[in-house]
Design a protein around this ligand. Sequence first.
Ligand code: PDD
Length: 287
Amino acid sequence: MTRTIYVNGQYVAESEAKLSVFDRGFLFADGIYEVSAVIDGRLIDNDLHLARLERSLGEISIPMPMTKPEIVEVQTQLMIRNELREGVVYLQVTRGTAERDFGFPAGLRPTFVAFTQEKNLRNAPSVINGVAVDIVPDIRWGRRDIKSTMLLAQVLAKSSAKRKGFHEAWLAEDGYVTEGASSTAFILDKNNVLITRPNSQSVLPGCTRHAILQIAEEQGLGIEERLFTVEEAFEAREAFLTSASSLITPVIRISDRTIGNGKPGPVTTHLQTLYLDLARTSSEPVL
Ligand code: PDD
């Protein structure tokens, strides 16, 4: 089956999808993206993703390409046409097409592209067995709260980690962990307090992070939203990362340091179960 892609108002076969060379997304990474998980034919945390899309676009003065319900309709159509029951729906909005010039003209029509990716999320070996992450210097810009398509720092960090056999890079700055290259970082200290960095311009406000903190609070788990050092991460009782495409993934090694007993910890696996239960009931199935 050939994949159907959404491009500027049209549903087309993957091989027919075309964009201008002068699209500012291509020339300047002048655009925003979002990734929503699909489990059991349902979009997960999608309201949060669309709210963040709107905010990111607003921060760089790109208008929403259409209303949020219209975007949901595009996501739904793609899921139906591509028979997606588990995986992700990717959205990208760029400033549009114009002669190459750093300053952008007023009134450009945003480019809007969306596609699906089939992925084993729940039963991925990484989610079940846990992963190793490497500590990599954070060399990104100062507005990491904006979900920009300008991802070269993350591409290089993840590729370097992958080459060394790690699954993900945890980015570090001034001795503190900021976040994963494409995920939020959590640790659990020896008193079972869940620690993650507070939202600010230094990190992407994760949608999965938001859902997990709500669940942890309901469970009466101690929570501290604060900076934590690489050393603290090495000493953690448990650690995990979260994102739309990796859900809650246990971290069992950081660089050369084993976390806990080198297996997914009980708090992490409990949160995984609760998150999946919530995901299964919090939205209507599309198919
Ligand atoms: N990445 N931090 C960064 C830098 C990210 O790129 C992501 C998500 C997250 C987690 O956000 P959320 O829980 O809303 O997915 C945190 C996506 C999945 C990606 O780039 O593919």
